[in-house]
Design a protein around this ligand. Structure first.
Ligand SMILES: [Zn+2]
Length: 207
């Protein structure tokens, strides 16, 4: 099995908050420390780095809907293996690192876990990290004869392909930058998140 595609700080682990089932063809996961409260764990999960779990993949979809769409921000990566094309979708991200068609190698940053879109409990100005989780969907398919459309698409339970006990290991802090208070305010005003990318880069430089 491959490693779970997130960087987890020491003392914490990855837990599933909603499993794979007919009404949810994905898993929801958070970073969890048993010594923390649920609210503190939302904070811990927020900004955690999603990383590429295969030798090389390509970014095939970027959504920067921010809070205006139930799925929030999201990113898809695709790779080939065992005669299939495979795709991993990450939703509710607060930041997407990749550009469309950009290649990413194992362990490299894809995006940051957040709570954009429809996340429960709903984040507020006072509790901006509530509901943070990653909705991760794994699917595989073939390309049609022209190499464009995807056919025979099937969703798979990521737990059979990624080892939840073996995430990537972080150093002291897994949080890259604290974007949420600013992001939340702008999201409420309906400003779509090209802005968040800019803010992220500025905060990364000046933090
Ligand atoms: Zn979900």
């Amino acid at each position: 099995m491959k490693r779970w595609p997130v960087i987890c700080p020491k003392g914490a682990r990855v837990i599933i908050t909603q499993g794979f089932k007919p009404t949810h063809d994905a898993v929801d996961f958070v970073i969890w420390n048993d010594n923390f409260s649920e609210r503190e764990n939302y904070r811990l999960s927020y900004g955690s780095q999603l990383v590429c779990p295969v030798p090389e993949a390509k970014c095939v979809l970027i959504n920067d809907f921010g809070t205006m769409n139930p799925l929030g921000n999201g990113v898809d990566i695709e790779w080939q293996e065992d005669g299939f094309y495979w795709r991993l979708h990450f939703w509710h991200t607060v930041y997407n690192e990749l550009l469309l068609n950009q290649l990413v190698k194992e362990g490299e940053l894809i995006g940051l876990i957040g709570n954009t879109g429809d996340c429960r409990p709903v984040p507020t100005a006072n509790e901006p990290y509530e509901g943070t989780h990653c909705h991760m969907r794994l699917s595989r398919y073939h390309k049609d004869a022209y190499g464009f459309g995807n056919i025979d698409i099937e969703s798979l339970d990521p737990r059979f392909y990624f080892d939840i006990l073996s995430p990537y290991v972080g150093n002291d802090s897994n949080v890259v930058v604290d974007l949420q208070p600013i992001y939340w305010a702008w999201g409420k005003l309906g400003i779509i998140s090209t802005f968040d990318k800019l803010m992220y880069l500025l905060l990364k430089i000046f933090k």
